[in-house]
Design a protein around this ligand. Structure first.
Ligand code: MCA
Ligand code: AMP
Length: 519
């Protein structure tokens, strides 16, 4: 019997509406005329780019690393990579050369696609690492990728892929050491997307406002997969702008954002019940949504934000219910401050430090299992083994509890991680960069509350004996090396760091000391 193609692209393509000439994506950026793409445009353009990739004669399993500004064509490049059967490796546009050098060196992509203005330095890194093909793609449809694809056929049969074939690698940092590439398969992504479409009640006529970056799970997978699977139009913002989002709400039904986006929209007087009257669902995640944001949103718009929780390694894990969830009683509703229930098919348990299963309400490490959970970190078998229990559960590094009704609440993290505006910042990486600077003896980076970004990094440093260190110089040096969202918002030079009896820096005391800095 012929094996059905389990390529994720084939599943997404099957969700396209029968009338391919209707609008699939409409851009909505300030100061630029709207571009409209039909479903046929998506189909044809992804076929052309997939044909270009396949014409390069690169081996099966080749990685396609992409660092480009957000555009509809950038989304098409993602879809074309799936379609051609290769492995997509998205990179945050904020990453600087040392960061890109690490990712390219580690992933050894066969193809790199970068912004036209970055071609000089990115291609140098890529060619040095052995990459054979470097293309450019601008957010204005410029660049060699589309020029070359224009000569390719607009017909293509999606490559035959099995559920466990690799579809994407997402780099995510660890508490120690360098970033690790989480390997996600076609099956991981498809199972999660199909389940979410149902759980969040996607229906005919839904329109999504897409305002997130497309180099992380939230904007690239959760938002795009759902809209495509449902044949839903996307109103597409290259860059989040609270006024544009509010302005377009009357034409839309679904919005997804990190908490910062909700905070920024609440600051706009135009956000009213009337503006949000056509909306069906507001979804938040990637970072904790403050209860005050949840409540204020309810008061201003009449809508209850649905908060969910996920990771690069697992895509979506838990969600507040869209409608009452029969598994948890008919009274289930969206509860602020919680991340809801384990999604259908996802196993979730809470374990103590000694590995013992904890009871209702007890706080411990969250472990998960399911068809959505990744297979491991790219070329890091030891790291992979460390993150899974002997009986196959993935240790999320998040600390939480489950109440008697089944709601999961995240109360903290065992991993030393700051989440700023929905982006992850690993203190170990920033401290490492600071410690390499001249005149620095030691440093500690802690996360403190921030009204806009939720949490931001503050650096506390000790100078070497006899050296003078200027906080501004530390920040300026970091800016020249690291992505902008990783830069501490403040730096303090102190005589000593608080330590416990073992000599370990007590970050909780530092967090406490600086917690009102941005209040
Ligand atoms: C920008 N800046 C930031 C951040 N973003 N600082 C701290 N944290 C940030 N997230 C700083 C820049 O360094 C710059 O500082 C200044 O703000 C303006 O930069 P700009 O790029 O113009 O900022 P923006 O456009 O206002 O961006 C804010 C943003 C953006 C829209 C909130 O950060 C964003 O799109 N965040 C969403 C991230 C996301 O999609 N995460 C999902 C990950 P200076 O002027 O000093 O240089 S997926 C995930 O976590 C899991 C799986 C999940 O559950 O979803
Ligand atoms: P990433 O490495 O970008 O995939 O980030 C995953 C991490 O984001 C998780 O391990 C959580 O710590 C955090 N996260 C995602 N969603 C939520 C949420 N709704 N509330 C709190 N933390 C979240």
């Amino acid at each position: 019997m012929k094996q059905a193609n389990q390529n994720l692209f084939a599943a997404l393509r099957a969700g396209f509406p029968a009338d391919l000439d209707t609008i699939a994506v409409e851009t909505a950026d300030a100061g630029t005329p709207a571009l409209r793409y039909s479903w046929r445009d998506l189909d044809r353009a992804t076929a052309m780019i997939a044909n270009l990739l396949q014409s390069l004669d690169i081996p099966d399993g080749s990685r396609i690393a992409v660092q480009v500004e957000k555009s509809v064509e950038a989304m098409m490049l993602y879809l074309a990579t799936l379609r051609a059967g290769y492995v997509f490796l998205p990179l945050n546009t904020a990453y600087r050369s040392a960061e890109i050098e690490y990712f390219i060196g580690n992933a050894e992509p066969a193809v790199v696609v970068c912004s036209p203005q970055n071609f000089g330095w990115v291609s140098q890194i890529a060619f040095t690492a052995g990459t054979k093909h470097v293309f450019t793609l601008g957010d204005d449809r410029s660049g060699s990728l589309l020029e070359r694809a224009a000569h390719c056929s607009d017909r293509q049969v999606p490559a035959l892929r099995r559920d466990d074939d690799l579809a994407a690698i997402l780099y995510t940092s660890g508490t120690t050491g360098r970033s690790k590439g989480a390997m996600l398969s076609h099956g991981n992504m498809r199972s999660n997307a199909v389940m979410l479409k149902d759980y969040w009640g996607w229906r005919k006529g839904d329109v999504l406002i897409h305002a997130l970056p497309i180099f992380h799970v939230h904007g690239l997978f959760v938002a795009i997969h759902a809209a495509l699977l449902n044949g839903s139009k996307m109103i597409w913002l290259g860059k989040f702008d609270p006024r544009i989002v509010i302005d377009r709400m009357p034409e839309a039904t679904v919005f997804m954002g990190v908490p910062t986006l909700y905070v920024r929209m609440l600051a706009e007087p135009a956000l009213t019940r009337e503006a949000a009257r056509n909306m069906r669902l507001f979804i938040a995640g990637s970072a904790p949504l403050l209860l005050e944001t949840f409540t204020e949103w309810q008061q201003r718009t009449g809508h209850t934000i649905l908060e969910r929780y996920g990771m690069s390694e697992t895509i979506m894990l838990t969600s507040n219910p869209y409608a009452a969830d029969a598994r948890f009683g008919n009274q289930s509703e969206r509860r602020g401050g919680t991340v809801g229930f384990p999604l259908p098919g996802v196993g979730l348990r809470v374990r103590g430090d000694d590995g013992a299963d904890l009871s209702v309400g007890e706080i411990g490490g969250i472990q998960v299992k399911g068809p959505n959970v990744f297979s491991g970190y790219w070329r890091m078998p030891e790291k992979t083994a460390e993150e899974f229990t002997a009986d196959g559960w993935f240790k999320t590094g998040d600390v939480g509890k489950v109440d008697e009704r089944g709601y999961v609440t995240i109360v903290g993290r065992s991993k030393d991680l700051i989440i700023s505006g929905g982006y992850n910042v690993y203190p170990a990486e920033i401290e490492g960069a600071i410690n390499e600077m001249q005149g620095i003896a030691e440093s500690a980076l802690v996360g403190v509350p921030h009204p806009d970004f939720g949490e931001v990094g503050v650096a506390v440093v000790i100078a070497r004996p006899g050296a003078t260190v200027q906080p501004e110089a530390v920040i300026a040096d970091l800016k020249s090396k690291l992505a902008n969202f990783k830069i501490p918002k403040r730096c303090f030079v102190v005589a000593e760091l608080p330590r416990n009896s073992m000599g370990k820096v007590q970050k909780n005391l530092l967090r406490d000391q600086y917690k009102t800095l941005f209040a």
